[in-house]
Design a protein around this ligand. Structure first.
Ligand SMILES: Nc1ncnc2c1ncn2[C@@H]1O[C@H](COP(=O)(O)OP(=O)(O)OP(=O)(O)O)[C@@H](O)[C@H]1O
Length: 647
């Protein structure tokens, strides 16, 4: 076993990094600013353990989010850990780790649900069942004027918190839930009763293993089994024989993840533990994440860790660090040798901002020195105008965290309605694309596939089979829309779709401009499909922007849709390039880019003074290495620009 320091490629560790890399104490916490090399130093610590002889499979690194898994893998490769070794290390989100551990414990893999829309029917059932319990002691509390479907979003948000904070586990099992107790816990009686029902349904009335798991459920289920002692140290699934346990993004850990962490630590008393985090990067407080898990809770429940600093940003310049320090109200130092250009561009309208972003992206492609440009968006609908301008300039780009606007179901819906109205399926020449179009139409129309021959299949499989058959030929696609989608649509959706089709058939540009959005009413259409109001609002915003683009083209209804087809052709013809990408801020967490561009730093986007909103902007700005460009509307600037002393 050698204790010579691991020698990384590409960087020379600072004294602070070296101290962390070589430390042998059991518990180590590093709290440092974004860009201060936390992930890199974690990678150095892992490389040191490997050099000391630890087998790669005895190293476990857990993170709160999937992008952080990628970031750590990238950092390990960057400092020279061979790719094959990186593959052998266990680097996982808490959720993936918990899922694997539960599968091992239960001997079966629990199916996962991936969208809120898949979960919605279970929540509705839970509401209905909770409201019809005959022996309910507080029936008045269970009355609600709203329709069950309208309550789903709020309830799921509460469930996230209930799970993340493990609220139920703080209750004495003998203690009966009362309205007073529910209020004391901060959730209300109705919510907690529905939650109990919901969990019963999710478990399939089955105490051994749940019927399904949604986001965060695996961590919660594992944490619950650990709390009740059903899984304990010494049990098989916890026998992980670890030499090193690391946590990146410790600030985004909630009670459930912390419970898992505590158990793993207790079960592997010989493993060293290193965690890194930054309290200004908490962006998952809606699931109960709290920086206290790297502070007072850690001390009280695990032990007093050694705390070592990383004081300087190694990513960007002292000037940018000063602005970030002002925004986050904390000291922020940076390596004096680094330079980051900061540019603030006034753009009075979203259109001007989109044109500016596209020109920047074009210039980025033409220069040689900066490799990556990432445009970070607060909302996916903001990409419509930007993508449109990028396509006009034929700039290759990718998107991360959301689909390109031409691939979104609502775009396919609008274009599909036009195609159907005019029997012109330009742009839908291949069967895969027609299948996606039919999926979008089925989704927004609420039509279900129900044919005698397909009765033996479950509804998802039946829909897949029907869509595959209908999309095989252009004629059968047309017939399916007429004979199936429209005929068996939800009556209200059908009225909207027929009204929109009538306008498109009329080919009257003035009518299209004045009435198309009213006729289609995308917000209503989307609200029937999506659980989160925000998702429905994004769909409506997307369609509104498509309509704006179509009207601005001023080439008639036909001309507008020809333009979309042309854009689509351009997009598919552009060579894939990773140099320019649009992405959500969440998907960029833990990563860095030579040039970061944040458009729309306006009051309506970054207006609320909430900590989470500020943290999102902080995360976005701290991704930049050599250039940070921001656009804002001078009439309505975000107050964070002032806070950061940028205005
Ligand atoms: N010793 C070093 N010398 C030069 N550059 C370094 C050194 N250590 C780290 N870096 C660079 O600093 C940058 C930031 O590192 P890293 O991504 O690890 O920071 P972080 O604190 O994890 O950031 P975040 O909180 O944003 O995830 C990277 O470009 C990394 O290569």
């Amino acid at each position: 076993m050698s204790d010579a320091p691991f020698q990384p490629t590409h960087i020379t560790p600072s004294d602070e990094q070296l101290a962390i890399q070589l430390l042998r104490s059991r518990l180590l916490l590093v709290e440092a600013n974004a860009g201060a090399a936390k992930t890199t130093t974690l990678a150095l610590r892992i490389a040191q353990a490997l050099q000391r002889g630890a087998p790669p499979e005895t190293v476990l690194a857990l993170t709160a989010t999937a992008p952080a898994v990628e970031a750590l893998r990238e950092r390990l490769a960057h400092i020279g850990v061979p790719k094959a070794t990186v593959q052998q290390l266990r680097i996982q989100t808490f959720e993936a780790f918990s899922r694997a551990l539960l599968a091992n414990f239960e001997g079966v893999k629990t199916p996962t649900l991936t969208s809120l829309e898949q979960v919605k029917p279970y929540v509705v059932r839970a509401i209905e069942r909770a409201q019809s319990v005959p022996e309910e002691p507080y029936p008045d509390e269970m009355m609600h004027n709203a329709m069950p479907g309208d309550l789903v979003e709020g309830l799921l948000q509460s469930f996230d918190l209930l799970k993340g904070r493990m609220v139920m586990q703080h209750l004495d099992p003998e203690e009966r839930l009362t309205p007073a107790l529910a209020d004391e816990l901060g959730f209300g009686y109705f919510t907690m009763r529905v939650w109990q029902r919901y969990e019963f349904i999710r478990k399939g009335g089955h105490p051994d293993h749940p019927e399904y798991q949604f986001d965060g459920d695996a961590t919660y289920d594992l944490a619950r089994l650990l709390t009740t002692g059903e899984i304990a140290a010494g049990d098989d699934p916890l026998d992980l024989s670890l030499s090193l346990l690391c946590v990146d993004e410790m600030h985004d850990v909630n009670r459930a993840a912390f419970t898992v962490l505590k158990a793993v630590l207790a079960a592997t008393p010989r493993a060293a533990f290193v965690a890194v985090g930054d309290r200004d990067q908490v962006i998952h407080s809606q699931t109960g994440a709290e920086a206290a898990f790297m502070g007072e809770h850690f001390k009280a429940e695990i032990g007093t860790p050694q705390v070592l600093p990383l004081t300087q940003s190694r990513r960007f310049s002292p000037q940018l660090a000063r602005h970030l320090g002002a925004l986050a109200r904390k000291p922020y130092a940076a390596d004096e040798s680094l330079r980051t250009d900061i540019l603030l561009e006034r753009c009075e309208t979203p259109r001007l901002a989109a044109e500016f972003v596209a020109r920047q992206a074009q210039a980025h492609h033409q220069q040689k020195t900066l490799t990556s440009l990432r445009v970070l968006l607060r909302h996916p609908a903001q990409s419509v105008l930007i993508e449109h301008e990028l396509l006009r300039l034929a700039v290759p780009y990718g998107s991360v965290g959301f689909a390109p606007y031409l691939e979104r179901p609502e775009t396919l819906l609008v274009r599909g309605l036009y195609a159907h109205a005019h029997r012109d399926f330009t742009g839908f020449e291949d069967a895969t694309r027609r299948a996606r179009l039919l999926d979008a139409l089925l989704m927004f129309s609420g039509a279900k596939v129900d044919s005698l021959e397909l009765r033996h299949l479950d509804s998802t499989a039946a829909q897949r089979a029907a869509v595959a058959e209908a999309s095989a030929q252009m004629d059968s696609t047309q017939a399916f829309i007429e004979g199936h989608v429209l005929r068996s649509a939800d009556p209200a959706a059908r009225r909207q779709l027929e009204a929109a089709l009538a306008i498109l058939r009329g080919n009257d540009f003035d009518a299209f401009e004045a009435s198309f959005l009213k006729a289609l009413d995308p917000l209503k259409l989307a609200a029937r499909v999506f659980v989160r109001k925000e998702d429905a609002a994004q769909v409506a915003d997307n369609v509104r922007q498509l309509h704006c683009l179509a009207v601005a083209e001023d080439a008639g209804v036909d001309g507008a849709f020809r333009m979309f087809s042309a854009m689509d052709r351009t997009r598919r013809g552009l060579s894939a390039s990773e140099r320019v990408a649009l992405s959500s801020i969440e998907a960029a967490k833990g990563l860095e880019f030579d040039h970061v561009l944040i458009p729309h730093l306006n009051r309506d986007e970054f207006g609320e003074g909430s900590t989470e909103n500020r943290n999102l902007l902080y995360v976005a700005m701290t991704r930049a290495r050599r250039r940070l460009t921001m656009t804002f509307d001078p009439e309505h600037p975000s107050r964070f620009l002032k806070d950061a002393a940028l205005l």
